[in-house]
Design a protein around this ligand. Structure first.
Ligand code: 6GU
Length: 231
């Protein structure tokens, strides 16, 4: 997969790209490239944002700057770009990122991520250039960069070569293998610590009983999580 990240802070991603599971995926044929909006702005002084029409606090990323940045990088009109590849604007009001969306994005050959800053994007960017608007939760971050990293992290775990063992991604929390529910609890040595004993069934070597126990625990956790989401 090829991922391009448009941002005002490309240096934020340097640390992220060095992390093991990300660099494994990059080594296995994927690529992540960062593009600085400021390198493409048609405005003087590397300006990229402006005050909102109608007044109010903060600054808004300009539609002409995004047009130049996308056109400069891809050599096509950004209105047509979103027909070729998913162009995802990261904004708090977007579609909530969940395992289903992560799977959907992991199946794409290429993604473009647009990070907003300040008060966010001129609405025309979302309307005309983005194919999707994605949010990582119902709270406000100061920019889309951390959300882009969250999305890349979650997507890259689904790509071949990311994890030591490809089964880990298939059976993990919220996956279809667990019918969308959270993962069962894990234990390792010591089997008894301060009197806190590991459930006996896990030490039994009885694979069917272990699988059954894990399904039950996963179901219980799913119910607990639904109940706390309703509160
Ligand atoms: Cl994608 N962006 C910002 N600025 N805040 C967020 C978010 C995204 N998702 C949750 N909060």
């Amino acid at each position: 997969m090829n991922v391009d990240i448009f941002t005002l802070f490309p240096e934020w991603f340097e640390w992220f790209l060095e992390q093991r599971h990300v660099s494994n995926v990059l080594g296995a044929g994927s690529s992540i490239e960062c593009v600085n909006y400021r390198d493409h702005t048609p405005l003087s002084g590397r300006q990229v944002d402006d005050t909102p029409f109608g007044g109010g606090a903060g600054m808004v990323l300009r539609v002409d700057v995004l047009d130049s940045a996308l056109r400069g990088h891809y050599g096509v009109d950004p209105v047509d770009l979103r027909m070729e590849r998913r162009v995802i604007a990261l904004a708090p009001g977007g579609r909530l990122l969940d395992d289903q969306l992560v799977d959907e994005l992991a199946a794409e050959p290429a993604l473009t991520l647009l990070c907003g800053r300040y008060e966010g994007f001129d609405e025309r960017i979302l309307e005309h250039f983005a194919s999707d608007v994605v949010s990582i939760g119902r709270y406000v971050l100061s920019g889309g960069e951390l959300a882009a990293m969250v999305l890349c992290d979650a997507v890259s775990r689904k790509l071949p070569g990311a994890l030591g063992d490809d089964r880990s991604a298939a059976e993990e929390s919220f996956s279809a293998a667990l019918e969308g529910r959270p993962e069962y609890p894990h234990y390792t040595r010591p089997a008894d610590y301060r009197g806190w004993r590991v459930p006996e069934v896990l030490l039994s070597g009885h694979h069917e009983r272990i699988a059954e126990w894990r399904r039950e625990r996963s179901r219980e956790r799913g119910t607990d999580q639904e109940q706390s989401a309703q509160r």
